[in-house]
Design a protein around this ligand. Structure first.
Ligand code: PEP
Length: 256
């Protein structure tokens, strides 16, 4: 069985102007040696408005860096003002799309049913969904995190076959760790990532569980990636704040 290739994905959120975005992709792509990309997949997830230019840059210079979107509509087309569809994202050459980020769940009312529809929309156009889930602080303090994550997985994956689940990247992001500087300990992150893999094994078979990548996200930086990535069930990271600085992000990628 081939080892799972680690993935470090930088979620830029609603940051940077267009020139800064292009500059950041160039800095990351050119400062990582080519041979390095065989050991780790590096992706950036910029705002929609930057994606066309990043596509041109990546295609034109044959860059090995991947890119993706931060959200996807559950609908293919129609009267959905402000939405961006799966076919549009696929046309931009996106490899990945974030689905179910806690900020979308919190500020845009995304329910597990919507997340499920968005994962489906991504798979339909062969764009890999990075399916995010994780507990808030009160749930963690009440030790209900494993149960909650299990429910989020159950609901988010409703109706999918093992073949479809094998194409999903899972991202455990405890809400209390996102943008707070408070990282989960590597043991706590491993506990949940291992539970995710066990859930996939139980529902979709051992073979599927062995291939899916499970990321951890929540205040990941170059100073803590080393310990996190050593955990058996952590296959990389979804990185917010630290992905906006070229030096810090490339250092982080190099340590993954
Ligand atoms: C995120 O937005 O997915 C994230 C993990 O952010 P940060 O790394 O800033 O906590």
């Amino acid at each position: 069985m081939a080892a799972r290739l680690p993935l470090i994905a930088g979620n830029w959120k609603m940051n940077l102007n267009h020139l800064e975005a292009i500059g950041l992709v160039q800095k990351i792509a050119f400062s990582l040696p080519e041979k390095y990309f065989a050991k780790v997949e590096v992706a950036v997830l910029p705002p929609f408005v930057d994606i066309r230019s990043i596509q041109t840059l990546v295609d034109g210079d044959k860059l090995l860096i991947k890119y993706g979107a931060q959200d996807i509509s559950q609908h293919d087309s129609g009267a959905y003002t402000g939405e961006v569809s799966g076919p549009m994202i696929a046309k931009l050459g996106c490899h990945y799309v974030v689905v179910g980020h806690s900020e979308r769940r919190e500020y845009h009312g995304e329910t597990d049913a919507i997340v499920n529809a968005k994962v489906k929309a991504a798979l339909k156009v062969d764009v890999t969904p990075i399916f995010c889930f994780g507990e808030k602080l009160d749930v963690r303090e009440a030790k209900g995190h494993l149960e909650l994550v299990r429910q989020q997985l159950e609901d988010g994956l409703k109706g999918f076959s093992a073949e479809q689940v094998a194409k999903i990247v899972f991202a455990y992001e405890p809400v209390w760790a996102i943008g707070t500087g408070k990282t989960a300990s590597s043991a706590d992150a491993q506990e949940v990532c291992s539970a995710v893999r066990s859930f996939v094994a139980e529902k979709y078979g051992e073979e599927t569980a062995a291939v899916v990548r499970v990321l951890y996200g929540g205040s990941v930086k170059s100073s803590n990636i080393g310990e996190l990535i050593q955990q058996k069930d952590i296959d990389g990271a979804l990185v917010g704040g630290a992905s906006l600085q070229a030096d810090e992000f490339t250092k982080l990628c190099a340590l993954a």
